[in-house]
Design a protein around this ligand. Structure first.
Ligand code: FAD
Ligand code: SF4
Ligand code: SF4
Ligand code: SF4
Length: 602
């Protein structure tokens, strides 16, 4: 079961509240720092990509920097918000892109937010970028168990807050699934190493080859440190309990990928079936193909329910790996102790299960066999709490091996997949950032970071209408003949293409507003407006008690118009209205989410 979220206030609280019945929010201030709930709600409503990013990355901020040729600044924005820009710019699950305003009905395709992140890393000038700390040494020590994205993001945030951090990792090198799971052909190792160096440069110590629970126990870490963060991922494989499961040739996919990532190869047969439809399934299939096998992926649901990185299915298809949907295994059939086929049954999609995905229902009489010599199970992983010493295990963990949903011991925190179950890099990083706010509050007894909406006047948007017609830039890839276990498939945008792609962004952090005192109701802005409802002629706007717009009455006749109003929900920030207005009645402001140390009053 997932852990209960850390209670943090500010931006996070506003996020929880945003499902409230109002939909259009004004800001609480004209300029400067604003931190009323409605300010955060403005950000939520107007910058859909940032809302969808679990690490709240300032996406319009970095895309505008790339557009202006400031790739280094774009990298720093990403680094601050999501810790691993060059890694995520390659393999992020990209929950932001389906939400992008550019992909809304009739507006074309979403901006390539993820690949642009990679461009910021590819074209920055400095080799290593090390952030400034928020606070001097606090004198507090924190131990982190696990050096995956959650453990390292936690360590980085703790170091910025001035705490002394030691990360313990049982593997011989740090990085968690970035290093042990994801293949090199999707994520070159020097990219991970560089971004980890930016964390150790802040004083974080990473101790590898040290499994907590062996010579050092969690109890000892808790005694010797002011706090402990458990970020041990999901290393317990879900193995299918089917007849024939003891036969040779059946292996969990994570184990297979780990061997390839550690040794550069793995033994695999000639006919491989990968069972599953997530990240591990895709990587197993593409890796087994590169080892010379004929590969097929079998998945019990449909393509819609697959949890894979966008574009990966297309690459799978391009590499010639078939996927058989709506089939589930029934039994492994063996000969001389080895699997020689799998019996499958076809499924149809039923009602949604607790994950929200539709449940596969078996179709009676539809059994069939697939010949195979190697089965790679990509059927999920769970948190493994068996390393927690007995003194603490019953307090922290459930009998089924998951952590208890509530925090049982005050100084022991949990972050990333270990807390919430298998997710994605950006989910793990986002959760670690939230966790560290709670750790810092526990250590220092006060909230030391404040989130706010930073409101700045802007003279022009920098956008012109032609930018809306710029097509999505294609990602260059290497040819099929060059693809092996180590050659990176995606090559990244060229510098010019990176600027072209970034200029497609509407800059949703811009707020266009008509000053009613200046407006002469000439309608020129409406005549040039590209959207049917971005500028409305209104009889009246309706507000709630907090001053938020909750509705409006359209003026049907000319003599009913009391207000010309910009509907920010429909506005694509083209700037056409500003250029057309004869009396400069339309102002532009930039509204960004910012985080700063709380200033002590003198
Ligand atoms: C094959 C594969 C491919 C994936 N591809 C993608 C992708 O393309 N995009 C995406 O967004 N997500 C992907 N994911 C998911 C993503 O990698 C995870 O969600 C993410 O790594 C979770 O981060 P974490 O830090 O919580 O855990 P992990 O990355 O699992 O790190 C946990 C770390 O803890 C260490 N550890 C465990 N127990 C102990 C102990 N007792 N003592 C010391 N150390 C310990 C482990 O060795 C490991 O290094 C993929 C996952 C897999 C398995
Ligand atoms: S247009 Fe730009 S700012 Fe708006 S949602 Fe898309 S990426 Fe984000
Ligand atoms: S900037 Fe002005 S013209 Fe352009 S979409 Fe927004 S309101 Fe309409
Ligand atoms: S162009 Fe300017 S003055 Fe004319 S209606 Fe629009 S905002 Fe008002």
């Amino acid at each position: 079961m997932k852990r209960q979220p850390y209670q943090l206030g500010g931006w996070n609280e506003a996020r929880a509240e945003v499902a409230a019945p109002y939909s259009f929010c004004a800001l609480s201030k004209l300029n400067g720092k604003a931190d009323a709930p409605k300010d955060f709600q403005w950000l939520e409503k107007n910058i859909p990509c940032q809302k969808a990013c679990p690490a709240s990355t300032d996406i319009p901020g970095y895309l505008s920097a790339i557009y202006e040729g400031r790739h280094e600044d774009a990298y720093v924005i990403n680094l601050r918000d999501n810790v691993f820009p060059a890694v995520l710019g390659r393999v992020c699950a990209r929950p932001c892109e389906p939400e992008c305003r550019h992909g809304w009905d009739g507006l074309g395709e979403p901006v390539a937010i993820c690949f642009s992140k990679r461009s910021s890393a590819d074209f920055k000038k400095q080799d290593l970028v090390v952030l400034d700390r928020w606070f001097e040494d606090s004198g507090k020590r924190v131990a982190v168990v696990g050096s995956g994205p959650a453990g390292l993001a936690a360590a980085r945030q703790l170091a910025l807050l001035g705490h002394k951090v030691t990360v313990y990792e049982k593997h011989s090198s740090p990085g968690g699934m970035m290093n042990q799971g994801i293949p090199i052909f999707r994520l070159p190792r020097e990219i991970i190493e560089k971004e980890i160096q930016q964390i150790t440069a802040l004083g974080v110590e990473i101790v590898c080859d040290t499994e907590i629970g062996q010579t050092i126990t969690l109890s000892r870490l808790a005694e010797e440190n002011d706090a402990v963060v458990m970020a041990a991922g999901t290393l317990r494989p879900n193995l299918l309990d089917l007849p024939g499961k003891e036969l040779g040739g059946i292996r969990h996919g994570l184990d297979f990928l780990l061997e390839i990532n550690d040794t550069g190869t793995a033994e695999v047969g000639k006919e491989v079936v990968v069972i599953g439809g997530g990240f591990t399934a895709m990587d197993c299939a593409r890796a087994a193909l590169r080892l010379g096998a004929s590969v097929k992926v079998c998945y019990r649901r449909t393509v819609k329910e697959m949890l894979v990185t966008p574009g990966e299915l297309e690459e799978l298809d391009h590499e010639g790996i078939p996927v058989e949907y709506r089939v589930t295994p029934q039994a492994y059939i063996g000969e001389n102790g080895r699997t020689k086929s799998i019996e499958f049954i076809r499924t149809e999609m039923g009602e949604p299960d607790e994950s929200g995905r539709r449940r596969p229902v078996e179709i009676e009489g539809s059994e069939f066999a697939v010949s195979v010599d190697t089965v790679l199970l990509a059927t999920g992983q769970f948190p493994d709490t068996s390393w927690i010493d007995e003194a603490l295990r019953s307090e922290l963990a459930e009998d089924d091996g998951w952590l208890k949903p509530e925090q049982a011991i005050e100084k022991i925190f949990a972050a990333g997949d270990f807390a919430n179950g298998a997710s994605s890099l950006i989910d793990a990083i986002g959760h670690a950032k939230e966790c560290i706010r709670a750790v810092d509050l526990f250590l220092m007894g006060e909230v030391r970071l404040e989130d706010f909406a930073k409101i700045e006047d802007v003279t022009e948007s920098g956008r012109i209408r032609e930018m809306d017609a710029v097509p999505l830039q294609p990602m260059p890839t290497i040819g099929l003949g060059q693809r092996d276990l180590s050659a990176e498939v995606e090559q990244g945008f060229g510098e010019e293409a990176s600027v072209d792609e970034a200029q497609r962004c509407y800059q949703c952090h811009l707020k266009f507003e008509i000053d009613s005192d200046k407006c002469i109701y000439c309608d020129w802005c409406i005549k040039v407006a590209p959207r049917p409802e971005c500028i409305l002629k209104l009889k009246e706007l309706h507000h709630d008690d907090a001053g938020r717009v909750v509705g409006w009455d359209i003026a049907e006749k000319a003599d009913e118009v009391n207000l010309v109003w910009i509907n920010q929900e429909d506005c694509i920030r083209c700037g056409a209205c500003v250029a057309a207005c004869p009396v400069d009645a339309i102002g532009i402001q930039k509204v960004s989410l910012a985080t700063e140390p709380v200033m002590e009053m003198p």
